[in-house]
Ligand binder design. Structure first.
Ligand code: DQA
Length: 147
């Protein structure tokens, strides 16, 4: 199985940005842990981070026929990007949405998720553990996804 893990804007600042909300773990450390977790599980993983919406759309498109599933934390684009939602719909791969923080208990604008309209599962408020739960969810999926 090949999984693409996508992180959107400002997630490269993990460990520095608002540690009371997002924790102290750095993005580099998270990436390292994701690679060793996937190796243990016999999963091929690619990690990608971008601060640019179009680059995220390009990366999702490039996953078509090349990956079996997507884990995505679109950062603030979660709440605004129909383009990312449409890209996920276009490639049709099973996808899991991750949010480090509990977006439901934050500002009202964080409670809208376009990407969540496609993803078959959303994990929020579990810190960086959510990424590992998302990989497990993809491993357990039977290719299910919803629009
Ligand atoms: C986030 C939540 C978003 O509202 C925010 O814009 C982020 C991170 C999270 O992981 O909790 O950048 O997706």
């Amino acid at each position: 199985m090949k999984i693409l893990v996508i992180n959107g804007p400002n997630l490269n600042m993990l460990g520095i940005r608002e540690p009371d909300i997002y924790g102290k773990e750095t993005y580099e450390s998270l990436v390292e842990k994701l690679h060793s977790y996937c190796k243990e599980k016999g999963v091929e993983v690619k990690t990608y981070q971008s601060n640019h919406e179009g680059d995220i759309v390009d990366t999702i498109q490039s996953a078509y026929k090349r990956f079996d599933g997507i884990v995505i934390n679109p950062g603030a684009y979660t709440h605004t990007s129909i383009a990312i939602l449409d890209a996920l719909k276009a490639v049709g791969l099973p996808a899991v949405e991750v949010h480090i923080s509990d977006v439901d208990s934050r500002e009202p604008f964080r409670q809208i998720s376009y990407v969540g309209l496609y993803c078959f599962k959303t994990i929020k408020g579990h810190g960086t553990n959510g990424y590992f739960e998302a990989i497990d969810a993809l491993l357990n999926t039977n290719g299910e996804s919803k629009c």
